[in-house]
Design a protein around this ligand. Structure first.
Ligand code: G3H
Length: 187
């Protein structure tokens, strides 16, 4: 089975370097959604099922695709707690210790009133198990921290590496038999 994994298209918060929230897509993000839709149409054997998070930016990214879409709260982005809606710079100024811990202990650092990467790994575990058990190709449109956790579940990459896995915007990852490759989609 093939798992197609992507982040949502660029959001208003991505442009402002802001955490969390429920922003919509930018024009550039909508162009990625369109490019993904075109890729999915011309790709032989592309999945007929798509999981999104419950956030607007993933739902908008998948909206144009003529496949079954199911939103899952387990796929919502890491909850940044007190940092939600702040820019990274605002968070560092308001919570300097938190900012330092995110640099040195990013896997276990839990945002006050929010989550850690370990929490995200745990919250996505059952969905990953169920997805593998279904055994059918699937497209998952989610968020950076969640995509990192899913890469752990689907490829076995060590937890300590999870918070640092490079998952750029507008890239489509394909995971098959625990191996991950990246597909270039021009938008
Ligand atoms: O908070 C959302 C970010 O996309 C997660 O990435 O943990 O590297 O800041 P980060």
């Amino acid at each position: 089975m093939r798992i197609y994994l992507t982040r949502h298209g660029e959001s208003e918060y991505n442009v402002e370097n802001r955490l969390g929230g429920d922003p919509g897509l930018t024009q550039r993000g909508r162009e990625y959604a369109h490019a993904l839709q075109c890729y999915c149409k011309q790709c032989d054997g592309f999945p007929t099922m798509c999981f999104t998070s419950t956030k607007k930016r993933t739902i908008e990214t998948a909206a144009g695709m003529a496949i079954t879409k199911i939103p899952h709260a387990e796929l919502d982005e890491i909850n940044a707690g007190v940092g939600e809606h702040m820019t990274y710079e605002e968070f560092a100024a308001a919570y300097p210790m938190g900012d330092r811990l995110r640099a040195t202990e990013k896997l276990t650092y839990r945002y006050p009133s929010g989550e850690s990467y370990i929490d995200v790994i745990e919250r996505t575990r059952q969905l990953a198990v169920d997805t593998l058990r279904r055994g059918e190709d699937i497209l998952i449109v989610c968020h950076r921290a969640v995509a990192r956790a899913l890469v752990h579940h689907f490829t076995g990459v060590a937890p300590k590496r999870v918070p640092f896995i490079d998952i750029p915007l507008h890239s489509l990852l394909v995971i098959e038999d625990g191996q991950m490759t990246s597909v270039n989609i021009d938008s």
